[in-house]
Structures are given as C-alpha cells and as structure tokens.
Design a binder for this molecule. Structure first.
Ligand SMILES: *Cc1c(COP(=O)(O)O)cnc(C)c1O
Length: 354
C-alpha cells in the first residue's frame, strides 16, 4: 500500500527495519549517542548553528511538539496572537485556551492568504510580552503561508515567532534567521520520512528561561536533560532509531532541497494525471506547497467512492477536513514513492475516472 496522505508516510525498508533495533535502556551511553546524533541531525537539516540553535526531542505526535512549544515559549505574563487559515491554525488557538494563555486569533477563510498588517494590529493591541504562533504549511488546504513579512512585524514589536512547521520541515525552505523564526515544531513522520512517535522543537537558545505550564511538555526540562546526555522521561526508542535512519537517508539523498524538488516533480506529475480527467487543483497555481495539493472532487463522484476505488488499487488518499470534506481530496508526495508507483497511480486514475 502506498500512502498519499500527509503523514504517516510509506517507509523505506531501511527505516522500517531500524524500528526493530536492539533493546536499549535510555540511561545507557548507547542511548545518549543515538539521541545526540538525532538532535544534531535535526538542527543540521537547515544547517543551523548549534551555538545558537538547539533541537529538543519530545516523544509524541506533532501536536505534542506544537503544544510544548506554545506553553514553554509564551512567557507566563505573555499574550499570544495566532493566525488561522485552516485546522492547524485553529488548533494553535485551542492549545492556548486550554492552558489559559490570553490569545487573539487572526482569522481568514480556510485557504486564504494572511495579511501581515492584521497580525501587526493584533500585536499592537496586545498587552505585555507577545508572541505570534502560525502554521507554515497549512495542511488543511496545501497553502504555504508567507512568513517573512509577519516575521518582520514580530521583530519590530519584539514578539517571538513560533512556527508550526510540522508538515513543511525537511520538505520546504524554512529561513530561520532571515524570517526571524524563534522556534519551529515538527515531527519525524512527515517530510522526514521516519516512523510516528517522535516529535521535536528547533529552538533559539536562551529563550527557555522559565519553566513551562506543563510537566511532560515542558521544553526547558527536556532541553536541560538532553543537553546533559540524558532524557527527562522514557523516550520512544524505536521511533528514534527510525528517525536516525531517516536522517541518514535524507542526507544521502541531498538534503531538504533535493526532497523538495522530488515532491514538486511528483505533485506536478499527479496534477497532470488528474487534469487529463478534468480534475482541477483547489488553490491557484503557485499557492500550494510542494508537500500537498488539494483537488476538487470530480463531478458526480464522492470522496468515499474515489478513496475506496484507489485503495482497492493500492493507494491511500486523504479527505478534506470539516466543510471541505464534500468538496476536495488531498494528495501528498511524502514518503517512499517511486516512479513505478506513479505509473501504477496513473493507471488507477485512468480506470477510475474515465
Ligand atoms: C500533521 C500536522 C500537525 C500535527 O499532527 P499530529 O497528528 O499530532 O502529528 C500539526 N500541524 C500541521 C500543519 C500538520 O500538518
């Protein structure tokens, strides 16, 4: 089965085999070596300077890392501005509310662009130290949000910029320094092509000066333990093994920019296959990431039918979320997808859609 959903992904044999690595106690030096290698590898994906940046591992799904980032990096007396143009942006607001963090959401229609001046206005009317949390690649629609102009507003107002990069890390350009990103949360099982279970936050050093609002999701506690070659709690060791193998593969394949190029190639090829049957992309050309494209459901076919017909032929696609579930479907090139898989996909579409 080939997964065309945006994570978890189809694993390579090497990454799947790594899951069955030796039993390992996380208080032994072998674990410390593995953890240090993965942390350095993650900081290195975007060639960040380890003197300035640190990667903090959190066992859990991507949302665990996002929640840890928000509750550890919005100061205790701080105010958060969130940007909402899809499910994951709305989740940032939900997380803040769950922890009693004062929050001002900047809302636009799902899939629309975000006006940096609206974010600036929300910052201007917020009291105390502020932070902005936003999604880089909004997986709800495939829109890649523009970060740089919002980063400029943040810098001008001394606000921290916290990025949900869960579905873009290792698949899209993330200009940490130029955009003024202070922290970016992501996961092993999307563009990094690892197994689910391990997430992380790449964070500017020196910002984790106060305890977070949580025990398990306190990034400062995790960072202190991990810098001391230890771990705060029992980590998902098999997921870490698989992430180590996935990082090796990413480096061997030429890093994030090569992966991005491959994603573009697959996304363009899938778009052409669908266009031949009159199936159109949901967003205007150029607005979508390489990591995911949304398509309007073909006339006269509901999502369940399309999904089941494709599943019977070995492919899993992804439904739209919420209101969009009746209107669109999504296809992601993440994971181990070869040219022969694409040829089979072409035949499957031709059979189902003609
Ligand atoms: C997948 C995703 C998440 C987190 O999802 P989990 O199911 O918790 O791994 C968060 N943000 C974005 C943008 C995502 O695509």
């Amino acid at each position: 089965m080939i997964l065309l959903n945006p994570g978890p992904v189809t694993l390579t044999k090497r990454v799947r085999d790594a899951l069955a690595g030796p039993d390992l106690c996380h208080r032994e030096p072998e674990f410390a070596t593995l953890q240090a290698k993965v942390r350095a590898g993650l900081t290195g994906v975007y060639a960040l300077d380890e003197a300035t940046w640190a990667t903090v591992l959190v066992s859990g799904s991507g949302t665990a890392a996002v929640e840890a980032m928000l509750i550890s990096l919005v100061p205790g007396d701080g105010h958060l501005v969130t940007v909402e143009n899809g499910v994951y942006g709305e989740r940032l607001t939900r997380i803040a509310r769950a922890h009693g963090i004062p929050v001002t959401p900047v809302r636009v229609e799902w899939g629309d662009t975000v006006d940096p001046d609206e974010v600036d206005a929300a910052l201007a009317s917020s009291a105390g130290p502020t932070a902005v949390a936003m999604v880089h690649h909004e997986t709800t629609t495939g829109r890649l949000n523009e970060i740089e102009a919002i980063g400029e507003r943040c810098r001008a107002r001394g606000a921290r910029l916290l990025l949900d990069g869960v579905s873009s890390f290792a698949g899209e350009a993330i200009e940490f320094e130029r955009w003024g990103v202070d922290a970016c949360a992501a996961t092993a099982n999307k563009c990094l092509h690892g197994a689910p279970g391990m997430a992380f936050v790449v964070c500017r050093r020196g910002l984790l000066d106060a305890p977070g609002r949580s025990v398990y999701l306190d990034l400062r506690g995790h960072l202190e333990a991990q810098e001391a070659h230890s771990t705060a709690f029992t980590p998902a060791v098999p997921a870490l093994y698989s992430l180590a193998a996935a990082l090796e593969e990413l480096a061997e394949q030429g890093g994030w920019s090569r992966r991005h190029a491959r994603y573009l190639e697959i996304s363009e090829a899938v778009g052409t296959m669908l266009e031949a049957h009159g199936v159109r992309p949901w967003l205007a050309p150029g607005a979508s990431s390489a990591v995911l494209r949304s398509y309007a459901l073909p006339d006269g076919m509901d999502y369940a039918t399309l999904h089941d017909e494709l599943k019977a032929r070995g492919f899993i696609i992804y439904a739209g979320q919420g209101e969009l579930s009746r209107k669109l479907f999504r296809i992601s090139p993440m994971g181990a997808i070869g040219d022969s898989d694409l040829a089979r996909l072409q035949r499957a579409f031709d059979e189902i859609l003609s």
